[in-house]
Every structure is written in C-alpha cells, then in structure tokens.
Design a binder for this molecule. Structure first.
Ligand SMILES: C[S@@+](CC[C@H](N)C(=O)[O-])C[C@H]1O[C@@H](n2cnc3c(N)ncnc32)[C@H](O)[C@@H]1O
Length: 307
C-alpha cells in the first residue's frame, strides 16, 4: 500500500529551505516523505528544530505516522494545505522559517489502480487525493452536463477534442450505463482521440484530476497564506509539474516581489510594500536526475524569501 515515490529535486529543495538547527519548517505535501526525511536529518539530537508535515492523502499520513516513531520532532496534519494557517497555528506559537510545496500527485497514487488516477490500469473511477471525502470522478462525470465537462477538459487539459469527448461521455452514461471504471472512460476517449506520442487519455485524466481536487484553487489560496505564516527571512519553496500550476506561482512571486519597487514610469514612487524577494532563477532537474527519474522532466522549482 505504501509504494515508492522517487523524490524530485531532493537536495535542491532542502538546500533552498536554508534549514537552521532550531527552526520550524513545513512540508505541505508529505507524499512518501522524501523531502521530509532529508529535512529531519539536517537536525542534530540537541537541536530544537521541528517539522510539520501535511497531506490530504490518508495513505501518506500513515507513512508519516510511522516516521514519527523515529523522529519526535515530526508533527502531522491530515487535510488540504489550503488550511495551512490554521494548521500552523495549532502547532507553532510563532511564524515558521520555511515552507515547501512539491505539488501534484505521488507515484503511489498513480500506481495503485484502486485510486483511479491511471489510464493504464483498470480501477474505480475515483481520482480523489483524499479518498476519505468528496465527490469521485465517476460521481462528477455521471452528473455534470457536457458543457461543464468540456470546459474542464479544455481548461485543465488543453484537450482539443474536449467537446466531442464530453458529449460522448454523456451519450455513454445515458444510453449504456453510468461510468464506473477508468477503462470505461479510456474506451470512450479512444473512440475520439487516436494514438499519438502521448496516450489519448493523458490530457483528459489530468484535467479531471485537477478539477476534482481543486488543485489550482488550492495553490492560489495557499500562497498568500504561506507568506503570512513565514518569519522575516523565511523561505518559500515551490516545485510545480505543469505550466498551469507554475504560471500561478510565477505570477504570484513576481507580484509580491515587485510591489513597491521604484518604477521610473511612475510619477510617484509607491510605499515599499513588497513582501518577498525572489532567490535565484527557477531550478530544473539535472541531467543525472532526469536519467534516473523521467518524472522530473517537467519539474520547475521557484524559491522566495520573506522580507
Ligand atoms: C509530489 S507528491 C510529494 C512527494 C514528496 N515530496 C516526497 O518526496 O515523497 C505530492 C503530495 O502532495 C499531496 N497533495 C497535493 N495537493 C495537496 C493539497 N492541496 N493539500 C494537501 N496535500 C496535497 C498529494 O496527496 C501527494 O501525496
């Protein structure tokens, strides 16, 4: 059940957090704990540093709970990182020194057929990161109208045949039966999309997953909260895996770091209200990492420091 997740940008992300012996840190996307273990190993026995880990997936939380038997400075919260401020408030009296987001899904989530994320494995059409609550992909696809489905496939998957696929889904559920499995959905998509380099269902599966888990909204909501929770000099480190996510992060960091900078085109210099300083250029996986972990090819890491 636990599965293996090959952590992306492991050393780069932990170095970017600038771990201090008595600092308080948050790994908001625990997964299988690759980054977390590395952070915890930076602390020596006498250090007072603590790490709060968050994940909305109960399997991930089980792994964190077993790790907590080895590390007594590991704190755990199950839930969506949208609740970051509340979760940090529960565990820390003050603000924290660093927050890491390694966005998206973990390999075990994709690899377990019963989670319904994979178009390569037959399983229930679920796709919830938190399988303990909320609507499944099947629930949604069996209730939404074709326009809503088409909008999601286009917006979050840039699927060119979004409308055709959406209409075919509605015909299938009305004339054949309600959708239940990933293979049924793949079968419908394959009637419309022919094989190219990518599997014909890649874009639709990505889009449905992003929609169902409110992935982009979560990122949009959490970034301002993360700044509020950081101490002066604290680090924000975000790893994204697709352009929709990265665009949100990039725009946010740009806006927060440029506000208040003197601009020659402006008649009056605004008050200095920048909240962040961007640290370095965005970081991508090295050739060596890409060789060992092809999943790292789309990863892009951005770092910022609270002013
Ligand atoms: C890419 S994996 C993280 C892998 C981790 N860094 C490691 O090395 O094992 C992303 C994890 O974040 C979780 N996740 C994604 N979005 C989340 C959200 N909005 N709130 C809480 N957890 C989330 C997923 O359930 C998944 O376990």
């Amino acid at each position: 059940m636990n599965g293996i997740h090959e952590t992306v940008l492991l050393n780069e992300a932990v170095t970017a957090l600038n771990i201090m012996p008595n600092g308080n840190y948050v790994d908001a996307t625990f997964g299988r704990g690759g980054h977390s273990k590395n952070i915890l190993n930076q602390f020596k026995c006498e250090d007072k540093g603590r790490l709060l880990v968050i994940d909305r997936d109960t399997d991930a939380i089980e792994v964190a709970e077993s790790l907590a038997k080895t590390y007594n400075n590991l704190l755990i919260e199950h839930g969506a990182f949208e609740e970051l401020e509340k979760m940090i408030g529960i565990h820390f009296e003050n603000k924290v020194d660093g927050i890491l987001f390694d966005l998206g899904i973990s390999s075990p989530q994709i690899d377990q057929a019963e989670r319904g994320f994979s178009f390569n494995k037959d399983g229930p059409l679920d796709m919830r990161m938190d399988a303990s609550s909320g609507e499944t992909a099947a629930d949604w696809l069996n209730r939404a109208d074709w326009k809503e489905i088409s909008k999601v496939l286009w917006r979050y998957g840039e699927e060119k045949n979004a409308t055709k696929i959406a209409k075919e889904i509605v015909i299938y559920r009305e004339e054949v039966k309600p959708l239940e499995t990933t293979n049924e959905l793949v079968g419908i998509i394959e009637k419309i999309n022919k094989y190219s380099k990518k599997h014909p269902a890649t874009r639709s599966f990505q889009a449905i997953r992003i929609h169902l888990n409110r992935e982009l909204e979560q990122v949009e909501n959490v970034l301002p909260a993360a700044i509020n929770c950081l101490k002066k000099g604290g680090r924000l480190v975000v790893i994204s895996f697709h352009s929709l996510e990265d665009r949100i992060v990039k725009r946010f960091l740009k806006k927060q770091s440029s506000q208040g900078k003197f601009d020659k085109r402006m008649p009056i210099a605004p008050t200095d209200s920048a909240t962040l300083k961007i640290i370095g250029k965005p970081i991508k996986a090295s050739a060596l990492e890409l060789k060992n972990n092809p999943r790292a090819r789309s990863a892009i890491m951005r770092i910022a420091e609270k002013l």
